[in-house]
Ligand binder design. Structure first.
Ligand code: AR6
Length: 178
């Protein structure tokens, strides 16, 4: 049984095997956590994403899916790119957001990662309530650390103490140890 942690901080400095990027379907960068990860990883990350677009993902990465690249200059060995649903564009199905978390965990496990970190996928530009993101992310993480061969650590890295409190209170409410 692995652990779930909730911390305030910057995901780009996390010393874990894999960090998750809240990307967009183009995989070619953006603002928010995506921009921060690309800046910290260096230009090789964009080149790796372009290569994915040219090879396996000509139409981009669909919302809810996840795919790995190396982390390049990051402390993390891997970046798992996932695309959250954009509420402002009418994507309101929580199942898609839940799949971001479950698929990212599966892809990380496939790369051999034992310790991984998530941002609050879709809670920024894509407009989802932090409480909903916390519920879906924590439920997926609880499953991800408890299954056989599951993660040793899933850490949620939130920019603000307020967001971290939402996660902590949601974990308490769901009976998830974090
Ligand atoms: N570490 C951890 N969390 C962060 C960091 C960081 N360094 N920087 C921002 N956040 P967002 P989305 C938080 O908008 O809603 C991009 O342009 C932020 O405070 O980054 O999934 C993509 O290219 C918020 O709580 O992602 C897409 O176009 C959370 O990360 C679009 O934004 C997610 O906010 C994706 O929107």
């Amino acid at each position: 049984m692995g652990n779930i942690e909730i911390v305030t901080g910057d995901i780009t400095t996390q010393k874990v095997d894999a960090i998750v990027n809240a990307a967009n379907s183009s995989l070619l960068g953006g603002g928010g956590v995506d921009g921060a990860i690309h800046r910290a990883a260096g230009p090789e990350l964009l080149a790796a994403c372009r290569e994915l677009r040219d090879s396996t993902l000509p139409d981009g990465l669909p919302p809810g899916d996840a795919i790995a690249t190396p982390g390049f200059a990051l402390p993390a060995k891997w970046v798992i790119h996932t695309v959250g649903p954009n509420r402002h564009a009418g994507a309101t199905d929580p199942a898609t957001l839940r799949r971001c978390f479950t698929n990212s965990i599966s892809v990380a496990r496939g790369m051999g990662a034992r310790r991984m970190a998530f941002p609050a996928v879709s809670a920024g530009v894509y407009g989802w309530a932090m409480g909903t993101v916390a519920e879906l992310g924590l439920a997926a993480a609880a499953e991800g650390v408890s299954r056989r061969g599951g993660m040793d650590l899933i850490r949620f890295v939130l920019v603000s103490p307020e967001a971290a409190t939402v996660f902590t209170e949601t974990a308490d409410r769901l009976g998830i140890a974090a």
